[in-house]
Design a protein around this ligand. Structure first.
Ligand code: CTP
Length: 403
């Protein structure tokens, strides 16, 4: 499964580092080439001889070592590898990654690395549960770092609880089954995704918007890019950024701008997934100056006109070899309403979100969705992280396509 893959194994200071040579052996047994980058503290728990013997390569642990081929080793290593596994990842390593600190060979390499990074945390339970470690992990997760969660059990410090590094066998199984197996799913395919809210200007300082954060659409963009697709992400205003180099982001403000970008890119797309929360209406008139309060009126009327329905327009343009997927956000009669949208907008399937489900919808990191297919089949999902929902959607696109 890992034949030809080039992997950097990062090691930080923790007792679990004694298991890392086993991890390296397993990766090599599967056909990977491994280079090791270790911190100074990691070398308190394992040895250069062990790591060099199992990896069959020299160990990098000094940014300025005279043996380095040239002084931008971190860039050369970042270019060389397909992905990186840091095992064990200490609280210190996680904190430095979350803050962008680059003060040794491993942390410098991490900043130069724009490919998948898997982190296998290992630490004392109290450290693991500490709010700062949890916050740092959430920040990294939201920025595309993949965590292989520690397990519970007796830790080296004698305490029982969560914090034990996942076993090397399980780390390899997780990476190969959940990630590597799907890497080429959408190779040479173009995917169009819309995400986030649209803002409809009222005057120079005000707009009509909605609570969408764009998290679902950005998770989709990362997932399809990770599986090899060329992704065009048309995004309304959000706080989010994209990470994968295969994603081209087009930032727009209004529904009409989103419509223009989507209709330009759709003809060249194999799949379009419209997850944006598009404002259905916009003010008919936009004022260039700030509207002032009038002293003789307690009310104000804004006349709204309908925006183009982007999804329905793409449904009209759709060719037989294209797939079109929409979302439906409903508060009542969910399935019936979603079914109507599925048919009316000429979709292959629709992803139904109900605002009645706790933890689902705007702003949450989790989502609970159902899938309704044009043939009539319905699948109900459970509450999952938005990146897991993105995986489920990508799996379904793969299943119904002949890619
Ligand atoms: N959509 C779109 N353009 C619009 C409105 C919606 O592309 N002007 C897309 C959304 O991105 C989503 C789907 O259509 O994929 C359904 O959006 P939703 O807001 O649930 O439904 P509407 O079609 O707007 O219908 P209603 O607001 O009446 O429920």
């Amino acid at each position: 499964m890992l034949r030809g893959k080039k992997i950097i194994v990062g090691i930080t200071g923790g007792i679990a580092a004694y298991k890392t040579p086993i991890l390296i052996r397993l990766l090599i047994k599967q056909g990977a080439e491994v280079k090791v980058v270790a911190t100074k503290n990691a070398m308190e728990f394992t040895t250069t001889t062990t790591l060099e013997t199992v990896s069959k390569n020299k160990v990098y642990n000094d940014l300025f070592a005279p043996t380095n081929e040239y002084n931008t080793e971190h860039i050369a290593l970042a270019d060389w590898a397909d992905f990186m596994i840091i095992a064990p990842a200490s609280a210190n390593c996680i904190g430095k990654m979350a803050s962008g600190i680059a003060d040794d060979a491993l942390s410098t390499l991490v900043l130069a690395f724009n490919k998948p990074i898997f982190l296998c945390p290992a630490m004392n339970t109290n450290m693991f549960n500490h709010f700062s470690v949890q916050e740092n992990m959430n920040k990294l997760k939201n920025n595309g770092i993949i965590f292989i969660e520690p397990t519970s059990g007796e830790l080296a410090c004698g305490v029982e609880g969560k914090g034990r590094m996942e076993e090397p066998e399980n780390i390899v199984t997780y990476i190969t089954s959940q990630h590597i197996a799907s890497y080429g799913d959408f190779e040479n395919k173009s995917i169009l995704i819309t995400a986030g809210p649209t803002y409809e200007k009222i005057d120079a300082v005000r707009f009509i918007g909605n609570f969408s954060t764009g998290k679902m659409g950005y998770a989709l963009a990362e997932e399809f890019a990770r599986r090899g697709a060329k992704v065009t992400l048309v995004s309304g205003p959000t706080q989010l950024s994209v990470h994968h180099p295969n994603i081209t982001k087009i930032s727009i403000l209004s529904a009409r701008e989103m419509y223009e970008a989507a209709t330009i890119h759709f003809p060249d797309s194999d799949v379009a997934i419209l997850s944006a929360a598009v404002a259905d209406f916009r003010p008919e008139v936009t004022h260039n100056e700030k509207i002032k309060k009038s002293s003789d009126s307690q009310t104000m009327d804004i006349h709204l006109v309908q925006n183009p329905d982007i999804l329905a327009s793409l449904g009209n343009m759709k060719k037989d070899n294209q797939l079109l997927i929409g979302f439906a956000l409903e508060t009542n009669d969910e399935v019936a309403n979603a079914q109507k949208k599925l048919t009316k907008k000429n979709l292959d399937f629709i992803v139904l979100n109900s605002l009645q489900d706790a933890g689902a919808g705007f702003g949450h990191d989790t989502n609970k969705v159902s899938f309704l297919y044009k043939e009539g089949k319905i699948e109900h999902g459970c509450l999952k992280s938005k990146s897991e929902v993105a995986k489920d959607i990508a799996d379904r696109v793969k299943n119904i396509s002949n890619f």
